[in-house]
Design a protein around this ligand. Structure first.
Ligand SMILES: [Zn+2]
Length: 170
């Protein structure tokens, strides 16, 4: 998956950016034609949670109209700059499912070649709150391990995290 946005202007002086491909200017993929600032594209950090309820693992059916629309994903979302990652994970679960969760461990860190995200996945148990799907989900369901919808998962990372989770259970 390509980066969705190609940066065009310098955040410092507003000058036009050019790709440094083939210019051997070092590691930055772009540089400003006006002030010379090297411009890097950092990965975006996201956090997601495998919430084990008594009924199974909680998944959301994605309502945002992108390539994962209608597919099942873990509750989660972007980590804000300066935010503590486990707290971001708990915040996203609360926003998307209504549940307060206690994180029980780090399941894994998932990244893929050419993919702009680094996904940090925790395991958690529900601690309080009431299940209520946000508008970002078409529906929400807890799946027992043998009922997980492997053919309808939103992302490779969703499948990988669930495989890792099941391996941890056995
Ligand atoms: Zn500049």
């Amino acid at each position: 998956m390509a980066h969705p946005i190609t940066p065009r202007f310098c955040a410092s002086c507003g000058g036009a950016l050019i790709s440094t491909k083939g210019l051997s200017l070092g590691g930055a993929p772009y540089c400003c034609t006006s002030c010379g600032l090297p411009v890097y594209e950092d990965p975006k950090v996201a956090a997601a949670v495998v919430v084990d309820t008594k009924q199974g693992v909680l998944l959301l059916r994605r309502a945002q109209r992108d390539r994962a629309y209608g597919k099942w994903i873990l509750p989660g979302g972007h980590v804000d700059r300066g935010e503590v990652v486990p707290e971001a994970a708990q915040r996203e679960v609360a926003e998307e499912t209504g549940l307060e969760v206690e994180l029980t461990g780090l399941l894994g860190v998932y990244s893929y070649p050419g993919y702009p995200w680094v996904l940090v996945v925790y395991t958690a148990s529900a601690n309080g709150g009431h299940l209520k799907a946000s508008a970002e989900a078409l529906e929400m369901q807890a799946f027992a391990p043998e009922e997980l919808p492997w053919d309808e998962l939103g992302y490779e990372s969703t499948a990988q995290a669930l495989r890792d989770y099941l391996a941890q259970l056995s």
